[in-house]
Design a protein around this ligand. Sequence first.
Ligand SMILES: NC(=O)c1ccc[n+]([C@@H]2O[C@H](COP(=O)([O-])OP(=O)(O)OC[C@H]3O[C@@H](n4cnc5c(N)ncnc54)[C@H](O)[C@@H]3O)[C@@H](O)[C@H]2O)c1
Length: 260
Amino acid sequence: MSETTASRRAVVTGAARGIGAAIADRLEVDGFDVVRLDVLGGGGVLRCDVTDAAAVRQIAESVGDVDVLVNNAAIWRFAALEDVDPADFDAVLDINVRGPFLTTQAFGRSMLRMGRGSIVNIVSIGALHANPAVGAYSASKAALVALTRQTALEWGPRGVRANAVGPGLIATEGAGVYHDPEVRRARAEAVPLRRLGEPGDISEVVAFFASDASAYVTGQVLYVDGGLSSSLMTTLPRPAGMPGPQLPSTASARGEHSDA
Ligand SMILES: NC(=O)c1ccc[n+]([C@@H]2O[C@H](COP(=O)([O-])OP(=O)(O)OC[C@H]3O[C@@H](n4cnc5c(N)ncnc54)[C@H](O)[C@@H]3O)[C@@H](O)[C@H]2O)c1
């Protein structure tokens, strides 16, 4: 248990499974008393819909002082832009942006009072790069990056830091695209580090932002994607004889699925 994080409290949203569960487990290893929130309650997870302002406020009051907040809960809905149902657009923005705003306000209150705290927002490489048929998802994650910077600017002078972690291709239960082994293989080949990410790859970086090791870091986004967000130029055709790697074969995955 780390000396600096002993008896500190962390709140993780969307902690019932996937990346959120891994983050909660990892913060416990660092000695945090972790409050796990999810719309799916049970098994040590407190039921909480992050879009329910009154419920979030009530839980924040009952939980008490919070040192770390990880906004991880999110949803995605796939449709071509012209077919996006406005109700789905609203749901994605509500959970992915308004939810983190509500939890930041509610749990941030004790951070401001204590004059210390770290907020970590889970975004996506979608905040940087357009992706076919993800509807409002990329826009929601770009908005969450903006909210991260806003929080860093306004609360930095009062001792509260805010940073974002942007996962790349992470095989989780929620990311249904990875249930297809051929898509998994082809996508792993397209990543410079030649593998899909695991929830543990994300939780390690969240633990860094949650800890005093990042005491002078705020307003930043760290993409944890095996290099994928730096690999745009690999998609360009190369003339015969030009040095450099050949394009990996991703044809089977292209256009058929979208990732989170
Ligand atoms: N898996 C990926 O490839 C990937 C890539 C980029 C970003 N991300 C981001 O990582 C985070 C976790 O993704 P994941 O793959 O573990 O997803 P997941 O669907 O497995 O887990 C998300 C959790 O959030 C919960 N949740 C949904 N709506 C909620 C609400 N209104 N209130 C409270 N909880 C709610 C769900 O019940 C679920 O337990 C998300 O922010 C996602 O956008 C994932």
